[in-house]
Design a protein around this ligand. Structure first.
Ligand SMILES: [Zn+2]
Length: 224
C-alpha cells in the first residue's frame, strides 16, 4: 500500500497536467485550472477515506468537510437564505461531515474494500458532476474527470504496491482485494455500491438533456 505522500506525489503532477488542459480553451480561466488540479489531487487521496485511523484520514475528512461547505454556499444562497443563515448552515455542515460522516464511514467501510474499486471511482466523479454549482455541463464533466483521474491514479498505485517482489499478493483483510476491482467478497458492500452507482447514473442521465436526447435518438434508430 502506497503512503499518503506517495499518492499525493503521483496525483499532484497529474492534477497540474489535467488542470493545464483547461488553458487550451479560448476562454481559459485560471480559476478553472486551479480547481481542476486540486480536485485531481484530492481524488488521488480519496480512496483512503476508508482507512480507520491516522492523521491522513483525519486530514482528508477535514478537507472533505471544507469542500462540502464550499459547494453548498451557492445553492443555499440561491434558495434565499440570508448570508448569516447560510454561513451558520455551512459551519454545521462542516462539523457533520468532519465528525458525523467520518464516524459512519469508519463503521461502514473496510480498508481497501469497495471504496477501492472502479465503481467507487465513477461514483466520485458523478458526485462532483451532480454537486458542482454550474449549468455548464462541459465544465462539470471536466471537473468530474479530474476527480476520477486522481482516484484512478490511487487505485493503480495501490494495485502496484499490493504485489510484493515475489509477485504475491499481500492480504491485509479478508475483504481487501485488489484495488482495481469491480466487486468485493462482501456482496452487501458490492450491492450497495452498485445501487449508489445506478442511482447517481440515473440522476446524471436526467441532468444532461443532450445525452438523453442522443441516446433516445440512437435507440429509436436501432428499433427501425
Ligand atoms: Zn489506498
Amino acid at each position: 500500500m502506497a503512503s499518503y505522500r506517495g499518492h499525493l506525489m503521483l496525483a499532484a503532477p497529474l492534477g497540474a497536467a489535467y488542470g493545464a488542459l483547461a488553458l487550451t480553451r479560448p476562454d481559459a480561466d485560471w480559476g478553472t485550472v486551479i480547481l481542476a488540479a486540486s480536485l485531481t489531487s484530492v481524488g488521488g487521496l480519496m480512496p483512503d477515506l476508508d482507512s480507520d485511523s491516522g492523521v491522513p484520514v483525519r486530514e482528508l475528512f477535514g478537507m472533505l468537510a471544507a469542500l462540502t461547505a464550499v459547494f453548498l454556499f451557492q445553492p443555499l444562497r440561491e434558495t434565499g437564505y440570508t448570508i448569516e443563515q447560510t454561513l451558520g448552515m455551512l459551519i454545521v455542515a462542516y462539523f457533520v461531515v468532519r465528525y458525523g460522516v467520518s464516524r459512519v464511514f469508519n463503521y461502514l467501510t473496510v480498508h481497501r474494500g469497495m471504496f477501492h474499486s472502479v465503481p467507487a471511482m465513477i461514483i466520485s466523479g458523478m458526485l462532483i458532476y451532480l454537486t458542482y454549482p454550474s449549468t455548464d455541463y462541459h465544465l462539470k464533466l471536466y471537473f468530474a474527470g479530474g476527480m476520477m483521474l486522481g482516484f484512478l491514479s490511487h487505485l493503480v498505485l495501490d494495485e502496484i504496491y499490493a504485489i510484493d517482489f515475489n509477485g504475491l499478493r499481500i492480504k491485509t483483510n479478508q475483504f481487501a482485494g485488489t484495488a482495481l476491482k469491480f466487486t468485493s467478497p462482501s456482496w452487501m458492500a458490492t450491492l450497495v455500491t452498485y445501487f449508489i452507482l445506478f442511482g447517481l447514473g440515473y440522476l446524471m442521465f436526467n441532468d444532461v438533456p443532450e445525452w438523453a436526447q442522443s441516446t433516445t435518438n440512437w435507440l429509436a434508430m436501432l428499433r427501425r
